[in-house]
Design a protein around this ligand. Structure first.
Ligand code: NAI
Ligand code: MG
Length: 355
């Protein structure tokens, strides 16, 4: 019996391909020097494939991932040549919805003082984790347009929230707080305006919170939360929120981390396959120029290693990333002058030299 874990790799579009190439180098080094027992299966899915033969997220790939893979590493999806990015939706939602990966875990952690944009604050002040609900909300695509293009046009998108969906993400946030020694969980909603849907969120949150007396529970409206993230991010430990708000506030969070090139994410459920991706998109504005910061992808690989049950790698990679920023061995978006592949080489050399 082998314990080798299969990792499905989907580089995707634009800089997704560039950062995943560096991620694969890092995985190779971890396999060689840390004994990380993984085997990579790469899938050619994305805009090029879609434009060539119409393929988005085929049944065989879905089945291979479901039956054989422990994790998926995804670069980014999105290409200006594809109208409405239909390929991207089918692939990303095929993974998130198809595998019911209801926890989108997005650490908002600033790794170096130099990356902290807030006056009078240090990196230590920004260290929290957002639990974004990942399978419901506005993203389910319920709704439509009526009398499109006329003066009487109507456009509706429904925000779908279920008790089951809300409860499981809230519970995941509390379980994470317990497991990681975090003191406090905030729920972020807009229950003053969305009085039906977000009343459910708030009620469910405090019911679940009662089961965790050792963890402080608190509420903030999403607008106040955005204000407080900038005014004093140090008050946050774990934050649980809806799909839409989680998407938005973590881009704001990325600005506290040194930009989108530093923000990692995991799409998981307590059992089964997990999908790991940097928060950023395919960045057509810098694609193909060697400018993409691969460090978010390296952090993402750290989260993946933890999910696979391998201790130590996430902390080690985090330390190497800190060193890369400290030494200026990084791309221009975080103040360095290195190319994407040079940054990947730096990370690999550190893994090697630590033996
Ligand atoms: P984006 O994240 O691709 O880029 C936003 C800005 O951040 C750009 O100026 C870009 O150059 C910069 N940036 C992003 N990642 C970077 C990195 N690693 N290093 C250095 N700079 C980086 O978001 P945008 O421009 O709104 O979307 C571009 C495409 O990506 C769209 O098609 C969009 O739908 C898609 N997208 C896909 C996501 C995914 O695959 N999960 C997530 C977000 C957007
Ligand atoms: Mg986003």
């Amino acid at each position: 019996m082998t314990n080798t874990k299969k990792i499905a790799v989907i580089p995707g579009d634009g800089i997704g391909k560039e950062v995943v190439a560096e991620g694969l180098k890092v995985l190779g080094a971890l396999r060689e020097h840390r004994g990380l027992d993984v085997e990579v299966v790469e899938f050619d899915l994305g805009a090029d494939r879609f434009l060539a033969d119409g393929t988005t997220f085929p049944e065989e790939v879905r089945n291979t991932i479901r039956d054989e893979c422990a994790a998926v590493l995804l670069g980014a999806m999105g290409d200006p040549r594809v109208p409405r990015n239909e390929h991207a939706k089918e692939i990303i939602f095929g993974l998130r919805f198809g595998f019911d990966l209801y926890c989108n875990i997005r650490p908002v952690v600033c790794l170096h003082d130099r990356l902290m944009p807030l006056k009078g604050r240090t990196a230590q002040d920004c260290n929290f984790v957002v639990f974004r609900e990942n399978t419901e909300g506005i993203y389910v695509g319920m709704g439509g347009q009526f009398k499109r293009g006329t003066p009487d046009e109507v456009a509706i998108n429904e925000d779908l929230n279920t008790r089951k969906g809300v409860e499981r993400i809230v519970r995941a946030a509390f379980e994470y707080a317990v497991a990681h020694g975090r003191r406090r969980v905030h729920v972020v909603d807009k229950s003053n305006a969305m009085q039906a849907a977000h009343e459910l969120w708030r009620r469910c949150f405090f019911e679940v919170a009662a089961e965790y007396p050792g963890i402080e529970s608190a509420h903030q409206y999403v607008d106040a939360f955005c204000f407080n993230m900038i005014r004093d991010p140090s008050q946050f430990d774990v934050v649980v929120t809806s799909n839409l708000f989680g998407d938005i506030v973590t881009d704001l969070g990325a600005s506290l981390q040194g930009g989108l090139g530093m923000a990692a994410s995991a799409n998981v459920r307590p059992d089964g396959v997990g999908m790991f991706e940097p928060v950023h998109g395919s960045a057509p504005d810098i694609a193909g120029q060697g400018k993409a910061n691969p460090l978010a992808t390296v952090l993402t690989i750290g989260m993946m290693a933890t999910h696979l049950g391998v201790a130590g790698i996430e902390d080690e990679l985090t330390g190497i990333i800190r060193d890369a920023v400290e030494a200026g061995e990084c791309t221009a978006d975080v103040g360095g002058s290195r190319s994407t592949s040079e940054v990947g080489d730096f990370v690999v050399s550190r893994i090697r030299s630590r033996g």
